[in-house]
Write a protein that binds this ligand. Structure first.
Ligand code: B3K
Ligand code: ZN
Length: 860
């Protein structure tokens, strides 16, 4: 890497207003696999004097260019591999450009690509420049008219954004379909899809009485698997009306499911494109988690129609403006549709694993990054999920009605505009008459703050004194940090329960004192709901943790107390390897009680009975003690299985389930029952029970629970069950992905044999991101035993996959490499192996910008 010229990143500080606007554009696509012709007719208006018109364009063949119908000579423009520049463009003119592109050769799945006989686009962040020459930046808003011409038999559906305005049959077996989207939009929201589908139609009448046609397009034959998604869409539309008064605005809302897709889904105006993984479901192939994800992603993309599409981002540094806000909105939607506590726990798990890891690694960035080489690298857990936490803090500070007022003000003020995160905060300030200046630092400051609470109880004066400090550590490029505004939502709870109060403590300085009077007996300070994305330090020992786990009113806090207990125990073992791990009687007693009498929220009960996972624990160490964590977890789990064997069995039997239904109660019951099974697999009668569970199962959640329990407990029956599973589902690609992931999580050495064999499976393709993620993503993210082997075999396996993927699909390669970037966190042996792999990758010729940016930031 040192030998090559440095590549140029862009900086937020360099933002300049656009030199030209393009209020209208008319596009004609003549679709053909390897030579699609794209003709664009644009109305262009100069905004800044003297600047040249700069159009982005990559991998395009220019056929024709004219201003006001007069073709330009070659000396009237400048063409590079990335731009087309017209130096002396007039003040107002029409610009016509025709280019050809090769969708069949596009394996990066960015721009217009042809895969599985479907033409499909993905323009966010900067894919539009692979379709035509255009100023590919989100602050150019245009009204689009799109004409699509293609063979009618092969591509019966020709779709684009907006409302359909005409359909014509042409003489040569082709058809021409035209669309008009009346809402001006940035080019990243442009979409076109052409293919043969089954279409599910439905309709939705908005609160104000407008009828919207809903259309879901799936692979032929898969129609029945789209029912859940379309019902979820209607729930999302209704929810946005009742919670935020936001209605849908076009006559039609279309969703297309495709199997070749780089991420989950895309919110193109009026024409969402979805990864089929997040659409196709029925009771036999979908797990509870799949159903949850479908509803949440359908909601997310729908909610973007207001937060993202009607009001969009001025530049890509502002990505969290739409993503953090829309994740927050989808979380609130999911919380209302199911268990709010479970939703909160799951969101916090993600922050505490992937987001905290990102914050402490070489890719650390604030939720509004300041410097970017490849924008696709910044669709991160920081921008999305920490971004959502920042929005949630605003709601905590302003209250739900204050927050809603602020959101309404923001959407009304900026409808049809491309704006900044600052504009969003200003709307919140103005609608609530508050000053949020200090709060803005959350947008610019990277890293995870640590908040420490020290308490002193003065029994003579019945007063509680809290000394609370916030600590910030340096992150890449940000050595000095300032105090943040941190809302701490707490319950004060005493063991006699005489003290039971809720408070919102606002921290604004590095160290602060808070005093609470009339506190009759010494309370614990219970942190509720993870009210800020921080690490909280409190010095609680077992009795206080048990008090919280038993009696806190907040379900999240109860779960969190258990997590703290297990983390502390494993830490003791890591620090003192000779220590034997004994489980305190009081703790066993409490767990026994939960098993004998589960809480009414069974999903929460299952979580209270679960140990933290490897990643959650790993994140708590500067240097990750891999063996200590893995052995600690295993030893605790075995002890819990043995000591409570009778109770696991009893709870397993008591938590019966009838025929499969996806609803909150039954999801909770399955979670609890499968948690019991997972422990029972470790005791002598377990093997029989697991096999029975597998053969009795009428749904994918229970089937996979049996398989993973057998696998983790290394039961002899695992091989047979897994073979049965793979045969049964060999023709179903969604379930085969689950089989790939299952086998990639084999905790034994055998996993490498599986990885090699399955990468030659008839359904596997290196060109399909779902397949690659199912196999190798699962291996690197969910198999710590084998991925973090001390001999480096896991790292070298991942590095080979990354090297192979980069020329095919750089976005997927750059996502997969993430765990290798954290080499500083491991001991010498692992660190050396990781570094060697990274260095070898760095030396590869033609490394994509995606990988280059991540590797160069990580290497010393
Ligand atoms: N906005 C898209 C993500 C685009 C990712 C580009 N690499 C999906 C979403 O967040 O809704
Ligand atoms: Zn989004």
């Amino acid at each position: 890497m040192s030998g090559e010229p440095t590549r140029n990143s862009r900086r937020l500080a360099d933002y300049r207003k656009p030199g030209f606007l393009i209020p209208q554009i008319e596009l004609t696509f003549e679709l053909a696999a390897d030579a699609t012709r794209v003709t664009a007719l644009m109305q262009v208006k100069r905004q800044q004097p003297t600047v040249p018109l700069v159009l982005d364009g990559q991998q395009l063949e220019l056929q024709y260019i004219a201003i006001n119908n007069i073709e330009l000579r070659a000396d009237q423009y400048q063409l590079t591999s990335e731009q087309l520049i017209i130096s002396d463009a007039p003040a107002e003119f029409s610009l016509q450009i025709t280019t050809t592109i090769n969708p069949a050769a596009n394996t990066a799945l960015e721009g217009l690509y042809l895969a599985d006989n479907v033409f499909c686009t993905q323009c966010e962040a900067e894919g539009f420049r692979r379709i035509m020459f255009f100023p590919d930046r989100p602050d150019i808003l245009s009204v689009y008219t799109t004409h699509i011409i293609a063979d009618q038999q092969q591509y019966p559906y020709l779709l684009a954004n907006g409302n359909n305005i005409s359909t014509e049959k042409l003489a040569n077996g082709k058809s021409r379909v035209s669309w008009h989207d009346p809402f001006a939009k940035p080019c990243y929201l442009f979409a076109l899809v052409a293919g043969n589908f089954d279409c599910l139609s439905d309709s939705f009448t908005t609160a104000s009485g407008r009828k919207v046609s809903l259309q879901l397009f799936v692979e032929p034959g898969q129609q029945s698997k789209g029912q859940f998604a379309i019902a979820a869409l209607k729930r999302a539309m209704r929810w946005d009306e009742s919670r935020y008064n936001l209605e849908y605005d076009l006559d039609v809302y279309m969703v297309v499911a495709v199997d070749f897709f780089n991420m989950g889904a895309m919110e193109n105006k009026g024409l969402n494109v979805f990864n089929s993984k997040y659409v196709l479901a029925d009771d036999s192939i979908a797990t509870d988690k799949d159903y949850f994800n479908i509803e949440s992603i359908i909601g997310h993309e729908y909610f973007h129609n207001w937060t993202g599409n009607r009001v969009t981002c001025r530049d890509w540094f502002q990505l969290s403006l739409k993503e953090g806000l829309t994740v927050f909105r989808d979380q609130e939607f999911s919380a209302d549709m199911g268990s709010a506590t479970l939703n909160r726990i799951d969101a916090v798990k993600l922050i505490r694993t992937a987001q905290f890891a990102e914050d402490s690694g070489p890719m650390a960035h604030p939720i509004r990054p300041e410097q970017v080489l490849e924008m696709n690298n910044f669709y991160t857990v920081t921008v999305y999920d920490k971004g959502a936490e920042v929005i949630r803090m605003l709601q905590t500070i302003l209250g739900q009605s204050g927050f809603n007022r602020g959101l309404a003000c923001y959407l009304q003020r900026h409808d049809g505009q491309a704006v900044t995160c600052d504009d969003f905060i200003s709307a919140m300030e103005d609608a609530n008459e508050v000053n949020l200046q200090q709060f803005r630092l959350w947008y610019s400051q990277a890293g995870t703050p640590t908040v420490a609470i020290h308490q002193r109880y003065d029994s003579d004066n019945a007063t509680l004194h809290l000394s609370i400090s916030q600590r910030h550590t340096a992150t890449v490029g940000q050595p000095d940090k300032q105090a943040l505004l941190i809302p701490l939502q707490v319950q004060l709870l005493s063991s006699d329960r005489k003290v039971n109060q809720q408070h919102l403590i606002m921290l604004s300085q590095l160290t602060e004192q808070f005093t609470f009077a009339d506190i009759a007996s010494e309370p614990v300070v219970v942190w509720e709901n993870f009210s800020a994305p921080v690490k909280l330090q409190q010095d609680y020992k077992l009795p206080q943790l048990l008090l919280i786990a038993k009696h806190a009113s907040n379900g999240f806090a109860r779960w969190d107390a258990m997590q703290v207990f297990w983390s502390d125990l494993i830490r003791q073992k890591a620090e003192q390897p000779t220590l034997s791990l004994t489980l305190p009687d009081d703790l066993i007693k409490l767990m026994r009680q939960w098993l004998q009498q589960p809480l009414s929220d069974k999903a929460l009960t299952a979580e209270l009975l679960s140990l933290p996972d490897f990643d959650t624990l790993a994140e708590q160490y500067q240097h990750i003690p891999v063996e200590a964590i893995l052995c600690g977890l295993q030893s605790i789990k075995q002890q819990l299985a043995d000591v409570l064997a009778a109770e696991w069995q009893q709870c397993y039997q008591a938590t019966t389930s009838g025929p499969y239904h996806y609803n909150e109660n039954e999801v909770g019951a399955r979670a609890l029952r499968n948690r019991c099974l997972n422990y029972l697999a470790l005791v002598p009668q377990g093997s029989q029970l697991v096999q029975q569970h597998y053969s009795d199962s009428d749904n994918m959640t229970d089937t996979l629970a049996a398989l993973t329990s057998a696998q983790q407990a290394k039961l002899a029956s695992f091989g047979e069950l897994a073979t049965d599973f793979s045969h049964k589902w060999q023709n179903n690609v969604q379930v085969t992905d689950k089989y790939f992931s299952l086998m990639a999580c084999d905790p034994t050495d055998e996993v490498f044999t599986h990885l090699t064999a399955l990468s030659q499976h008839s359904l596997f393709s290196w060109k399909n991101p779902n397949r690659v993620r199912a196999l190798f993503g699962a291996f690197s993210m969910r198999n710590p035993q084998q991925f973090h082997r001390a001999d480096g075999k896991g790292y070298s396996c991942l590095a080979q996959v990354v090297a192979r993927m980069d020329p095919i699909n750089p976005q997927v390669a750059a996502r997969l490499i993430t765990p290798l970037l954290a080499w500083q966190r491991f001991n010498d042996q692992r660190r050396d192996h990781m570094l060697a792999e990274l260095k070898q990758l760095a030396a590869t010729s033609n490394l994509s910008n995606d990988l280059y940016e991540k590797i160069s930031k990580s290497l010393p």
